[in-house]
Design a protein around this ligand. Sequence first.
Ligand code: HEM
Length: 412
Amino acid sequence: SRQDTKGKANQDMRVLDEPIQLDQDFIQNPHAVYERLRTESPVRPVAMPRGLKAWLVTGYAEARALLADPRLSKDNKRVRELFAVHRGADSAFVSSLAAHLLNMDPPDHTRLRKLVNKAFTVRTVSRLRPRVEQIADELLAAMPEDGRVDLLNAFAFPLPITVICELLGIPTTDRDDFRAWSNTIVSAATPEQLRSHGTALSEYLTKLIAAKRAEPTEDLLSDLVHVSEAGDQLSEVELISMAFLLLVAGHETTVNLIGNSVRALLERPDQLAALRADPSLLPGAVEEFLRFEGPVNIATLRFTTEPVEVGGTVIPADQFVLISLLSANRDGEKFAEPDTLDVTRPAGGHLAFGHGIHYCVGAPLARLEAEIALGKLLDRFDTIELDGEPAGLRWRDSTLMRGLETLPVRLR
Ligand code: HEM
C-alpha cells in the first residue's frame, strides 16, 4: 500500500530533498511521474521551470484537504513578497489584472464571488443551451469539404470563446488578439512577453469598460460596471481583473476539455462506440473526461500561512503549494483502475474544477459546452480519425494547463 512505500521513501531523505524538475519531459508525459510521486511522496518539494521552489501535492486525499484548508492563502500581495524571497522566480505581474478571485482570501473573495455566482448557476446557464447549440452547429457546418481540420482551432476553441464573449459583451472580432494575450499569460512566456501582453490586455479591457459605462448593453460586463458605480462592492481595478479572469478562464479551459476528450476517445474505439451507441451516457462521460484528463494540471498558487501537516508531512510556514488536480484524479486509492477511461464510470469526486471556496464558478457552463460540443460532433460525423500518428500530438508547454497544441483529424 502507499503507506508502506511512503515509509521507505521517508527513510531516504536524500530522495525527498532533491527537488524534481517539471520540465519538457514532464509536460509531455506527466502521468508516469505523478504515479511515482503519489507512491513515494504525495507531498514533496519541487523546482518549477523558472526557478520557483514549492511543494507539490499529488495524492487525492492530500489535494482535497489542502484545497479547502483556510491556512493556505492566495493573497496576492503576500504572494508577491514571497516571490521576491524565492529568488530566481519570475515575478512579472501585471497588477491591474491581478485583483481577482483566484488571488484573494475571504472576506474580499466572498464579496467578489457573490457578484458573479448568480450569472453562472445551473439554471441561468441552462438558458444558454439553444445559443450554444446554434454556435456548435454553425462551426460544424463550416468544416472544410475534405474533412481535414485542426479540431482545436476550428471547433474546440471558437465555441467557448464565442460563448464567453457574448456573455460578457465583448466583440468576437477581437478574439484573435485575446487568444494571443491569453496564451502568453498561461504558458511559459518570458517576463517581457508577459508584461507586454498583459499590458495590452489591460488597456483593451479598460477601454471596453469605459465604453460600457458610457453606453450599457445587455451583458455581464455592463451589469458589473453598474455594480461598481452603485457602491463600494467592486472597485475599478477589481472590475478589470474580474473581466480578465472570466475571459482567460473562458479561453483556456473548455477548449482543452473538448480536445482532451476527443483525443481520449480516438485512442479508445470501444469507448467511442459505447458513447455513440448510447448518447444518454454523455453527461456522465463528461465527468469521466474531466477526471481522466482535465484541462487544469496544477491548480493556481497557494501558500502556507503557518505550518500545515498533511498526510504525515509538515509543510512549513510561508511555502508555496502546488496542487496537481491531474494527479489527484488518477489516484488509485480514490478511483479504481484510475488510468482506464470508462464512460460508464459512476460520476463523482473528481477535483478537475477544484474544491472549497475557489471551486470553479464556471463549472455549469463548462459542462454544458462540453456536452453540447461532443454530442454535436459525434452526431454530425460518422467517422472521426486522427490525421497522423498519435505520437505526433504534443502537449502545450504549461504546467498550469493540460491541453494539446493541435488536434488534426479527418471527419467523415
Ligand atoms: C476557478 C477549472 C471553466 C471561471 C477554477 C478552478 C479550477 C477551474 C480548477 C480553481 C482553481 C484553484 O483553486 O486554484 C475549470 C475547468 C473548466 C473551467 C476544468 C472547463 C472545463 C471555466 C469557465 C469559466 C470559469 C468557462 C468562466 C465562466 C472560473 C473562475 C474561477 C475558476 C471565475 C475562480 C473562482 C474562485 O476563485 O472563487 N476553474 N474551469 N471556469 N473558474 Fe474555472
